[in-house]
Design a binder for this molecule. Sequence first.
Ligand SMILES: Cc1cc2nc3c(=O)[nH]c(=O)nc-3n(C[C@H](O)[C@H](O)[C@H](O)COP(=O)(O)OP(=O)(O)OC[C@H]3O[C@@H](n4cnc5c(N)ncnc54)[C@H](O)[C@@H]3O)c2cc1C
Length: 386
Amino acid sequence: MSVLNSKYDVIIIGAGPVGIYASIRLAEAGFGVLVIEEDAQIGKPRFCTGLISKEAFDQFSLPEGAIEEEFSFATIFSPSGLKLRLKSKSPVYATDRTTFDQGLYRRAKEAGVKFLLSCRCLALKVNNDFAEVKVALGASERIIRAEVIILATGIKYSLHKFVGLTLPPDFLDCSQVQTAGRAGEGIEIYLGNSIAPRSFAWVVPLRKNELRIGMSTYQNSVSFLKTLLKKLSLKGDFNIMRRPIPLGTIKNTYTDRVLAVGDAAGQVKPTTGGGIYFGLLCADLAAKTIIDAFKAGDFSKKFLRRYEINWKKRIEFDLTMGLYLRKLIADFSDEQIEKLIQFSAQEQTQRIIEKYGDFNHHGRLIKELVKRPLFWKSLYQMLISK
Ligand SMILES: Cc1cc2nc3c(=O)[nH]c(=O)nc-3n(C[C@H](O)[C@H](O)[C@H](O)COP(=O)(O)OP(=O)(O)OC[C@H]3O[C@@H](n4cnc5c(N)ncnc54)[C@H](O)[C@@H]3O)c2cc1C
């Protein structure tokens, strides 16, 4: 098997937003970066709702051409149809993920990143002097070498085992469709065990009377999505996309010469399943760690461990609180969900939500809510109702 001549500083496997963003940060710092992607086109097929906060756009200079719609609130519907409106402090955008990913791709190419598309990585190997990736290039297999590898493979975990990394502990089963339909006022979220058992469904109105409708459950998301489409009186030949979302992070996100980022590491908000913001944040931290590793000439897991320490400082609290909340609510009956909505609609709760609500970080709000006696009183009432 032939070894490709050039050795790169960094190989990134996966050209989703997280992998591409890490490549930009590293190329801008002067490193030779190769991104390997098994799909033929960046951002296709599109499967994501693309809800991203304005803060994320500001923080990471994201491609504004991808913004399709802007929202300032979401309405949550209880199983019986009670409505709870949640205002957002700053805009949340619905973005076209194909345009979004391709915008990042153009930026990466301008920064000097090399891309190998339609190229599947089959295996990884790490030794004292370098890391190597075995790839399928057309009908042949090749080896490509680098000092460090970033695993940004999204929800595909087949490469993790080669370097002793684990899988996320759990997954949501999600489906989505984009179809013509009358646009509502804002984002709509539907709760209830006959609609989206143990999780939620969503409707995002886009310009030109298009809707992006999604379903998250733990199983059978496609069948629940079809039922929801009927309930919303939407008919047609739907092209339903199905994809899991990781819940919980992998055990270690680093090892000798390898870091894992984004969905590949399980860096996803457990409350909503949104992974773009945390993924970009961690891609930035992964790039910083690798830049430091080059300065120190040390790519050992002992050195790379600082990546995990740093991302945990930023998002571990949100991840932990989000997982607790999800576990608490997952087994709620419809009656208990009604009580939860009533609790959330109370004036005191609304004030706390307004003060501490944050589209990207949910930990602080959950902490502030559970500190209040009203929460425990309401929780008691929720738990004693069937
Ligand atoms: C229905 C749905 C709706 C969502 N809505 C939102 C939302 O509104 N907001 C939000 O923030 N998040 C949302 N998410 C989550 C979001 O899509 C992911 O968190 C995000 O795409 C993760 O980016 P990534 O770069 O880590 O992985 P990905 O975008 O999955 O990219 C990984 C890339 O790696 C490539 N790859 C994998 N294995 C190999 C291999 N062996 N060789 C070569 N290439 C490989 C894949 O082809 C892929 O292109 C949603 C997810 C779903 C399923």
